[in-house]
Design a protein around this ligand. Structure first.
Ligand code: URP
Ligand code: ZN
Ligand code: ZN
Ligand code: ZN
Length: 488
């Protein structure tokens, strides 16, 4: 696009610095960030006086058009992204699910789904088994396909779950490729047992979902994954940290110097489990996600962990099924497709919960919603920054305006919203994606096919110095090296 834009007089915020400046955008790229820029009259000028000009949000965790329990989530790569743009998110990273265990076939399927994209996106790859072909394909993903992260599920027994042996193989392969290992940390065997207990007790409603997989199972799996990653000496990214139990394991590991990244999701920060006990099934079932939304108290602890740096970036796990799809589980919570919305709400809720409440600064807001994600997945400063040369993915947020969330006015295709009725301060008034104004005056102007695939290179900053740590591994164990005589 040859559009030229000047964003005038706003407070430009990056993760480490903020200042009043103008931002000049040309051909989808930020060309200059300086006070009092002078430009020709062919340039569209947007007045941002009194507002914050920030990097567009990057959602590290989404599932668009994903298949689960014989159905497909209702937001696809167009509707989910349109919703994202209306809420100030300009890039997301989605999880490719292998097809019959094939990474190559899985990627092909997702490339097809993503053709209609109206914003930039990247991929993580899920690993469900490990053999020579998977090992080879992981290398192809990293070296040829722009994927630098692999997710392992310690839950969903019989579907996606991996055992410790497979996790170890996967961790070693990730390490050798410079790719980041991600874990869904719940003990799937114990969850299976917990589900049987609930059904035996006659608890078949949505509350049974939460009761069957309590925080201790998340804490156990988080601790186990962290220790195994420590044993292999490779960085670990724990997705959707929902409980104090999991968060405390991450805190302990980070304090000891281990490279562990913790990702809370908006639902975990903003909600508690009370909705799961609602007598109306449609209401209760919309909150069903895994790990479950926890009892009151966990959310505030996760907010504290985000503000003190134990947790580093916020995702959504946006994965929406409408009330008809959720009703498949009306007699059995195990059949309710898992997932909640959030791709459109994340930027507003994190602002209101964390910045407006005084828990984090505006620069920290940029870090946890955008910059840290770009650094971890190695696309900084192309993404996650407002500096000359970066992609023109920019939002203008008015701290004095208000937002209100409801299913009638949201842009997602689902018919419910877990944040129904929420209001707050701070509104994304303008979203610019790839240099195009896509959200302005509460109106979306999105074009299918305009989103670009963002390739992500291996060996992010999380890997710096890792090999040297390996060389000292034996000495760190205090193990003398035995020399054996050869037996001829
Ligand atoms: O309930 C959830 N989280 N659904 C999406 C799949 C996952 O575990 O991330
Ligand atoms: Zn400056
Ligand atoms: Zn997960
Ligand atoms: Zn997820």
């Amino acid at each position: 696009s040859s559009t030229k834009l000047l964003i005038k007089g706003g407070t430009v915020v990056n993760a480490h610095h903020q200042e009043i400046a103008d931002v000049y955008v040309k051909d989808g790229i930020i060309v200059a960030v300086k006070p009092n820029l002078r430009v020709g009259d062919d340039v569209k000028v947007i007045d941002a006086t009194g507002k914050f000009v920030m990097p567009g949000g990057i959602d590290p965790h989404t599932h668009l058009a994903v298949e689960a329990l014989n159905t497909e989530s209702v937001d696809d790569f167009f509707s989910g992204q349109a919703a994202a743009l209306a809420g100030g998110t300009t890039m997301h990273i989605d999880f490719v699910i292998p097809v019959n265990g094939s990474l190559i076939a899985g990627l092909k399927a997702y490339e097809k789904k993503a053709k209609k994209s109206c914003m930039d996106y990247g991929f993580h790859m899920v690993i469900t088994k490990f053999d020579d072909i998977v090992s080879r394909d992981m290398e192809i993903m990293v070296k040829e396909k722009g994927i630098n992260s692999f997710k392992f599920f310690l839950a969903y027994k019989g579907v996606l779950m991996v055992n410790d042996e497979l996790l170890l193989e996967g961790l070693k392969r990730c390490k050798s490729l410079g790719a980041l290992a991600m874990v869904h940390a719940e003990n799937g065997d114990a969850v299976f047992e917990g589900q049987k207990r609930m059904i035996q007790l006659g608890i078949t409603g949505p509350e049974g979902h939460a009761l069957s997989r309590p925080p201790l199972l998340e804490g156990e799996a988080t601790a186990r994954a962290i220790r195994l990653a420590g044993f292999v000496n490779t960085p670990l990214y724990v997705v959707h940290v929902m409980s104090i139990d999991a968060m405390e394991e991450i805190a302990k590991a980070r304090k000891s110097g281990q490279r562990v990244v913790g990702e809370p999701v908006v639902s975990g920060l903003a909600l508690d489990d009370s909705g799961l006990w609602d007598s109306d099934f449609t209401t209760a079932s919309k909150y069903v996600m895994s790990p479950p939304i926890r009892a009151s108290g966990h959310g505030k602890a996760l907010q504290d962990a985000l503000s003190n740096g134990v947790l580093q970036l916020v995702g959504t796990d946006h994965c929406v099924f409408n009330s008809t799809q959720k009703a498949s589980g009306i007699d059995d919570f195990r059949k309710i497709p898992n997932g909640v919305n959030g791709i459109e709400e994340r930027m507003h809720l994190v602002w209101d919960l964390m910045v407006e409440s005084g828990q984090i600064s505006v620069t920290d807001y940029v870090r946890v919603t955008s910059t840290e994600c770009a650094r971890i997945f190695n696309i900084y400063p192309r993404k996650g920054a407002i500096i000359a040369g970066s992609d023109a993915d920019i939002i203008i947020l008015n701290p004095n305006s208000t937002f209100e969330i409801n299913a009638r006015s949201h842009h997602s295709r689902t018919d419910t919203n877990v944040y129904e009725g929420r209001r707050g301060k701070g509104k994304v008034e303008v979203t610019i994606a790839g240099g195009r104004v896509v959200w302005e005056n509460n109106e979306l102007k999105v074009v299918p096919g305009s989103g670009k695939y963002i390739e992500m290179a291996p060996f992010s900053y999380l890997f710096s110095g890792i090999d040297r740590a390996d060389a000292s591994y034996l000495s760190s164990l205090n193990a003398p090296v035995k020399r054996f005589k050869s037996t001829t």
